[in-house]
Design a binder for this molecule. Structure first.
Ligand code: UD1
Length: 429
């Protein structure tokens, strides 16, 4: 299993290109199941989750082609995918595949609405709490699907199609909103989705669906009106820049006291996180082509924050923020309100000398003068990158095991960081 080795203490300085958002690319790829025609996606990141989802979609009959490199294209430019689901040959998503990536469960709605049936394994993904799928199922039931659970599989049937309905999500859920949107676009009549997630990746999916011929009003708000259509058609869509990757590298620059330009990043996708960094003393300048992040000379102040659905502070940046606050002057409190059990990075950060007390859903982080390199273990996608952030600031050598978690969501991370002066390398085994 690969490991990552970091010798900490170097200030990051340079340009980091921001990739397309993983959490947009995955539902957008899944949306290709909704039409016989080709959906072309640009700016798709090179990630293990994208490769795995390509295989899963291939199993359903989707032809996935990655367009070759064109003259003048850089490695940092995203890939272009063409996805064509001319015929769905298999409506079962097997355990072996879905258990490895939670988002692949989202094939349920498009398979059901296009083929009248679907059998999808209950999901896996990052071990960050129980992560139920009740909202996904009640959404489809509201649209008229019959749902059974059997042998670890969800079996959904709607032989005469789905019918538009009012769906009120009890809890804000990104995945359930994706599912509801995809199902409602091809349901008969009008649907109203209340308490919808407003995450930029939901907007990205909704925008792409509209480009494919869907009728959706209220994009960007928590109430979505969908007027069902008979069929969708092909389209070309560019994946949003990754706001979580943006926030992660901003914090990496901040912890090293460095100065980086996050090329292609969009500040409007993570205002709350950027404001928090500014309050902590990080200089942030948003430009038309990216975001400049610097911390020149002065210390970091502590913060108090709760994770929350968009536009609040994202749970996917919680681990990275805790790593950063380990080096702040004072005590920070970080409350996780979205997922229980999303503090597995805390014990690993403690191995580097961090002082963090867990009190229920809140981490109380007392800044220390310095961290010291150690051997640590990645436990989930965002936790693993928090260890990289801490390792960049720690004295001496940090070796991070189980980096396959990282490869699921961060494109060429060691390359992007070493180009800015970090001493970081992958140890292959
Ligand atoms: C997505 C993101 C993930 C991010 C999360 C929250 C992708 C691929 N993943 O995950 O990176 O951390 O949004 O921003 O886009 N819940 C239920 N019942 C359900 C569904 C969810 O109770 O049927 C709960 C979850 O346990 C959690 C909360 O709702 O407490 C939010 O989860 P949700 O927004 O659905 O997360 P995902 O879509 O899985």
């Amino acid at each position: 299993m690969d490991r990552i080795r970091i010798i900490g203490g170097e200030r990051l300085k340079g340009i980091i290109p921001i990739s397309g958002a993983k959490n947009s690319a995955l539902p957008l790829m899944i949306a290709s199941l909704l039409t016989r025609q080709t959906l072309t996606l640009k700016n798709v990141p090179r990630l293990a989750d994208v490769t795995l989802l390509s295989r899963i979609l291939g199993n359903h009959g989707v032809d996935v082609t990655v367009v070759g490199k064109k003259a003048g294209q850089r490695t940092s430019d995203g890939q272009t995918f063409r996805l064509t689901a001319a015929e769905i040959v298999d409506t079962t998503a097997p355990y072996e595949m879905v258990a490895r990536m939670r988002a692949s469960f989202w094939v349920l709605a498009p398979l059901l609405v296009r083929c009248g049936q679907a059998k999808v394994s209950l999901p896996g993904g990052c071990a960050i709490g129980t992560r139920p799928v009740d909202l996904h199922l009640s959404t489809l039931q509201a649209l008229g699907a019959e749902i059974e659970l059997e042998g670890g599989y969800v079996i959904a049937r709607a032989p005469s199609g789905l019918t538009g309905a009012k769906i009120t999500l009890e809890k804000v859920s990104v995945g359930a909103t994706h599912n509801a949107l995809m199902a409602a676009t091809l349901a008969r009549g009008e649907s109203l989705i209340e308490n919808a997630a407003r995450e930029p990746e939901v907007m990205d999916l909704a925008t792409c669906l509209v480009e494919m011929g869907a009728k959706i009003d209220g994009i960007g708000s928590s109430t979505l009106h969908v007027q069902g259509v008979d069929e969708l058609h092909g389209a070309e869509h560019t994946v949003l820049p990754d706001r979580i990757e943006t926030g992660t590298y901003a914090m990496a620059a901040a912890i090293t006291g460095g100065e980086v330009f996050l090329e292609g990043a969009r500040g409007d996708l993570l205002q709350e996180a950027l404001e928090l960094l500014r309050r902590s003393g990080v200089e942030i300048e948003e430009t038309a082509t990216g975001i400049k992040v610097a911390r020149n000379g002065h210390g970091l102040g502590p913060v108090e924050v709760n994770t929350a659905p968009f536009p609040g502070f994202p749970t996917d940046l919680q681990a990275q923020l805790i790593a950063l606050m380990c080096m702040a002057e004072g005590t920070s409190t970080v409350r996780e309100t979205i997922f229980e059990n999303r503090f597995m990075h805390v014990q690993e950060l403690a191995r580097l000398g961090a002082r963090i007390d867990l009190k229920g859903d809140t981490a109380v982080v007392t800044g220390v003068n310095g961290l010291t390199g150690a051997q640590v273990m990645a436990t989930d996608l965002r936790a693993s990158v928090s260890l990289i952030i801490a390792g960049l600031a720690a004295q001496g050598e940090t070796v991070i095991g189980r980096v396959y978690h990282l490869d699921r969501g961060f494109e060429r991370i060691e390359e992007k960081l070493s180009q800015c002066g970090a001493q970081i390398e992958r140890l292959s085994s």
